[in-house]
Design a binder for this molecule. Sequence first.
Ligand SMILES: *Cc1c(COP(=O)(O)O)cnc(C)c1O
Length: 364
Amino acid sequence: MTVPLFDPSTPLEPLRGEIDAAIARVLDSKHFILGPEVEAFESELAAYVGARHALGVANGTEALTIALRALGVGPGDDVVVPSFTFYASAEAIPPTGARPVFCDVDPETFTVTADTVKAAMTRDTKAVIAVHLFGNVAPVAEIEALGVPVIEDAAQSLGSRGAGGRPGALGTVATLSFYPSKNLGAFGDGGALLTGDAELADRITMLRFHGSRDKVTYEQVGYNSRLDELQAAILRVQLPHLDAWADHRRQAARWYAEAGLGDWAGLPQATDGADPAWHLYVIRTEQSETLERALPEAGVGARSYYRVPVHLQPAMASLGAGAALPGTERAAREHLAIPISAAITREQVQEVVDAIARCASGST
Ligand SMILES: *Cc1c(COP(=O)(O)O)cnc(C)c1O
C-alpha cells in the first residue's frame, strides 16, 4: 500500500523516548489502577476540552452505557441514536434496559440534526446520543433546546472545534474512546466521560467502580470500568501534540480540495461553525463501491465503514424494523473513507486524487 488509509504510528516515533520513560515511571510506582497518572490525565483532558470533569473508563462503549445510567436511563425509556454510526453507539443502550430509537442523519454532513432527532422522539425519550461522526460536530445546543439531555459520542471528534466549543463540552455529558486508531490513541483500550455537572461526575465515579463510593457499600449495580495507569501515562505524553496532529489533518483536507478532488466526489462538509479534525476523511460518490474495489489495487487505502447501517444489523433487526431513514440509506451507499492521518504528505494526497480520477473516469 503506497498510501495507507490511516497511520497512527508515524506521529508517535518522535515521542518514543518520552513514552518509554512514562511506562517506566508507572512500573516503578507499582500503582496500576486509578492512581496519580489517571488523575493527572483526567485534569489535563478536562482542561483541553473545556469541560469541568473528566473520568477515565475502560473503553468508549462502556463510557456510553455509564453515561446513560448516570442520567437515570433505564427500562421503559427510549434513547434516540443515529443509525449511520459505529455499531457501539447503539449497542451501549440495551444494557441499561432502555430501547434504542433510530434517527436519520444529514447525508452531506453525516451527523444528526435537530429535525432528524425531533422526528424520532417519543413520549418516553429520556436522552439523545449525538454522534460527532468522522470528526464533524453535531448541533448539540439545537438538540438540547428540544428539552432532552444530549450525550455526545465524541469518540471520533477529539481535536475538532464547534461553534460553541470543543466536542465533549457541548452537551450534558460526553464520551471518548482511546482505541488505538482514534485521534488520541492508547496502546490498548481506554475511554473517558466528560461533564460540567458535578452530580453527574459523582454518579459516574460511583458507577465505574462497581456502584460504590467507599468500596464498602454498593449502592447500585455498576461496572468494573477503569482506565489503567499505563494507558493514562501514555495518553499524557500524546495529549500536548493532539492540536498539531489535528491541524495536519485539516491541512490534508485543504490539500485534497486544492488537488481537485471535488471534481470527482463530494468533499466532506463541515456542519455550521465547525472546524473538524477529520478523524476519517469521507467523500461522497455514487461510485463508492467501484472505488472501494479499485483504489486498493492502485495502492490507495479506501474503506466504507458503515455500508449496512445499525438499524439493519441482525442484532438490531427487531428494533430497526420499518424505520424510514432516507438520509442514512444514502450515506451508507455513497460514503467512502480515503487516506488521512497526522503524517500524510502533500505528495500522497496528490497520488490519492490521481488514483481516484483514473478509477472514476474508467481509464485504469
Ligand atoms: C470507537 C467508537 C466507539 C467505541 O469505542 P471503543 O473504545 O472501541 O469501545 C463508539 N462510538 C463511536 C462513534 C466510535 O467511533
